[in-house]
Design a binder for this molecule. Structure first.
Ligand code: GDP
Length: 199
């Protein structure tokens, strides 16, 4: 259970504050309220891991969780910039920071995008997937809160998103249904993330 060993390491506000660009890391993105913190906590079997990402002042930072005992394996919680109530020039700063991170970060091995299954593929989600695909990095979409739909409804949503992703981003983007609440899809998601981390 490697992800159960995740622990908070640091939050970076500028490129200079990032940990050394070595090893393997997987980034998590999602619009606010999509269910990203709940997904991270569920994947790591922890109740409050990603709470740190939500503390005031941290919501616009890259938060690094280290997979102990490895010093160079991380989960990275990305800011959902563009939706927080911050001044425009600050938003431009986050946007440039995240874009630069995607362009240059060698340790980055894959991107997980968490979307509410009832509201998938918004502009923010497409932008993040675009960053990954431009770099030829694999991406994986968690359609979370699947417990909010019937089994058939969730299956239909999955098929529709799968079709749209393939048309727009090609074969490098996977997708699955997920629920942090109902603990659904955890093993499938963990296998993807652990594979990218080489664990
Ligand atoms: P974040 O802003 O993306 O980190 O979202 P949170 O993880 O804080 O979740 C936002 C809201 O959605 C909270 O009220 C959660 O309880 C709820 N939520 C998150 N995951 C699920 C899920 O799998 N099922 C249901 N029904 N609610 C969820």
């Amino acid at each position: 259970e490697p992800l159960a060993r995740a622990q908070y390491r640091l939050a970076a506000h500028t490129p200079a504050q990032l940990p050394p660009d070595a090893g393997f890391e997987v980034a998590f993105a999602g619009r606010s309220n999509a269910g990203k913190s709940s997904a991270l906590n569920a994947l790591c079997r922890q109740n409050a891991l990603a709470r740190v990402s939500k503390t005031p002042g941290r919501t616009q930072q890259l938060v690094f969780f280290q997979i102990a005992p490895h010093e160079d394996r991380h989960l990275v919680d990305l800011p959902g910039y563009g939706y927080a109530k911050v001044p425009r020039e600050l938003q431009a700063h986050w946007q440039a920071f995240v874009a630069g991170y995607f362009e240059r970060r060698q340790a980055l091995r894959g991107l997980v995008v968490v979307m509410d299954i009832r509201h998938p593929l918004k502009d923010y989600d497409r932008q993040m997937l675009g960053y990954a695909v431009q770099r030829a990095l694999p991406a994986h979409v968690l359609l979370t809160k699947a417990d909010k739909l019937s089994r058939g409804g969730a299956g239909n949503a999955l098929q529709a998103v799968r079709r749209d992703l393939k048309a727009e981003f090609g074969a490098g983007v996977g997708v699955q249904t997920f629920s942090a609440l109902a603990k659904q899809g955890l093993d499938e998601a963990r296998a993807v993330v652990e594979g990218w981390l080489g664990l």
